[in-house]
Ligand binder design. Structure first.
Ligand code: MV4
Length: 493
């Protein structure tokens, strides 16, 4: 491969292009009108404008992206995450145009894009799954019977859903019919597919995912876990590797299960197998994400492997250069996602210009971002500004580095979730490792946030004003000094 087009924007486009350059390959950026002056555009060897800011007219325009790729003699397309990354049709169109799609094959993407097809596919491998149905439920009486068997509460899930979309918890039998109808119509309108299924609802689970890597020659390995339980409304906030709760035995078992999931669909490239872990450390396969994930850096930090480099090597037909036994967990890594959102105001997006933007630096600190000082955060896309990643010899040292890095990250002009990150990192539940996906609901009180720079500045202004007003009261009015002047009052005044 001599030239790769990166069909994405922001931090991930930049991060992918850095590896492309290091491998001696040329890079092509695509951008929307809103991203004209973005770092990923300047970094690339070539760049083409896709169109107006809305994603549907730019980063989601598959035909236009492939047409540009052809025109510029591109031989590989990397989709990043989001946008077209899990679109099997796009992968197919890319390959049809004679360009390599840097990711899994369209068939694996299609199977894993449907939760029911995924369950069906992995069934014969004996992967543990949450008790429930593995077929779409069409009949309410069948649904009632199954729900009664597995026991309430149950969860209705949309087969085409993902990342928590289209899920409904049902507490008791009398609610089932209504919730089923709602779930089906919601699934139909959101995903164009009304198939739903039922699972036992696991309360307060942990979210543990396993990174896998597979070449075209049947070599499939795992790169251990990422603990992603600290999330807010299905948006991850803090990720880490390794997880505090996995024993070496459980890590091995879950890793082997993840490899089997990948094998079941003939997977190639990087992928992530998601599991739920209950309070008794039982794990259940949930779904597989067929892309490079946002939080992939923590895995890179503890394994020393560049996942994008591996994706490119696999895409150009190379065999994996290492085996499972060559891999081990080295130290501990944390990632904090920094969003342009106001954590003291229900995480409302905070738009504006980065009037000050200074990154933390130091050994074991990595910042993956796609902005520079003076840039405006566009409202059209995800509000993530950066991923702050640390690596230390153990968990305590990775946490210490993260706290330091947060304090040395100077962002002004927009409100960010940095203060919220500090709240999480200082919380006893996080420090002890005893937390689950309900961490934020259970522990977060906005008033406990350390004040931001802006709040401190406002406070300082109020104190100064009070000081000035008090001083004014102390100043005695000057006594009238007698003069010889006479004020002549004329009739006119
Ligand atoms: C569940 C569950 C409890 N029981 N399935 C949410 C995202 C999607 N990938 C699956 N999800 C869940 N599935 C059963 N049977 C709880 C969740 C869940 C969750 C999972 C991972 C991370 C955060 C979560 C937050 C709420 C619910």
């Amino acid at each position: 491969m001599k030239k790769i087009l990166v069909a994405n924007r922001g931090e991930i486009a930049l991060r992918i292009m850095r590896t492309i350059r290091r491998m001696g390959i040329r890079s092509v950026a695509v951008y929307s009108e809103a991203d004209r002056n973005s770092p990923h555009v300047f970094f690339a060897d070539e760049a083409v404008c896709l169109g107006p800011a809305p994603s549907t007219q730019s980063y989601l325009n598959a035909d236009k992206i492939i047409a540009f790729a052809n025109e510029l003699g591109v031989d590989g397309i990397h989709p990043g995450y989001g946008f077209l990354s899990e679109n099997a049709e796009f992968a197919k169109l890319t390959e049809k145009a004679g360009i390599i799609f840097i990711g899994p094959g369209p068939d694996a993407m299609r199977i894993m894009g449907s939760k029911l097809a995924a369950k069906e596919c992995v069934k014969k491998y004996g992967i543990p799954m949450v008790p429930g149905t593995d077929k779409a439920i069409e009949d309410i009486d069948v649904a009632k019977k199954i729900a009664a068997e597995i026991g309430y509460p149950v969860l209705i899930k949309a087969s085409a859903g993902g990342g928590g979309k289209g899920m409904r918890i049902v507490e008791k039998a009398t609610d089932l019919e209504e919730q089923m109808q709602r779930a089906v119509s919601e699934a139909r309108s959101s995903f164009g597919d009304g198939s739903v299924f039922i699972e036992k609802y696991i309360s307060s689970p942990r979210h543990i995912e396993i990174q896998v890597l597979a070449d075209n020659y049947g070599n499939t390995i795992h790169l251990f876990e990422r603990e992603c339980s600290i999330q807010r409304r299905h948006q991850k906030v803090v990720e880490e590797s390794p997880s505090s709760v996995l024993t070496p035995e459980l890590r091995k078992k879950m890793g082997e299960a993840a490899v089997m999931v990948a094998t079941s669909c003939n997977y190639r490239s990087t992928g992530t197998v998601e599991f739920l872990l209950d309070d008794k450390l039982n794990f259940y396969f949930l779904e597989m994400n067929t892309r490079l994930q946002v939080e992939h850096p923590v895995t890179e930090m503890i394994t020393g492997i560049d996942l994008v480099e591996e994706q490119i090597k696999i895409a150009r037909g190379e065999k994996l250069g290492f085996t499972q036994d060559d891999l081990s967990v080295n130290g501990h890594s944390l990632e904090l996602r920094v969003y342009a959102e106001d954590p003291s105001n229900d995480f409302l997006p905070s738009t504006g210009t980065l009037t000050k933007y200074i990154r933390p630096q130091g050994e074991g600190i990595r910042v993956d971002d796609g902005y520079e000082e003076g840039m405006t955060i566009p409202v059209y896309y995800d509000p993530m500004i950066a991923k702050l990643v640390t690596h230390g010899k153990d968990r305590a040292s990775a946490i210490q580095k993260m706290k330091e890095a947060i304090r040395n990250y100077k962002i002004e002009g927009v409100i960010t979730t940095l203060s919220f990150g500090l709240f999480v990192l200082e919380h006893d539940a996080f420090l002890s490792g005893k937390f689950d996906t309900q961490f934020i609901e259970k522990h977060y009180i906005p008033s406990k946030l350390a004040p931001t720079q802006k709040q401190n500045a406002e406070l300082a202004a109020i104190i100064a004003l009070k000081y000035w007003l008090d001083k004014q009261k102390e100043i005695k009015p000057v006594e009238a000094t007698p003069t010889n002047w006479t004020i002549r009052l004329t009739e006119n005044n």
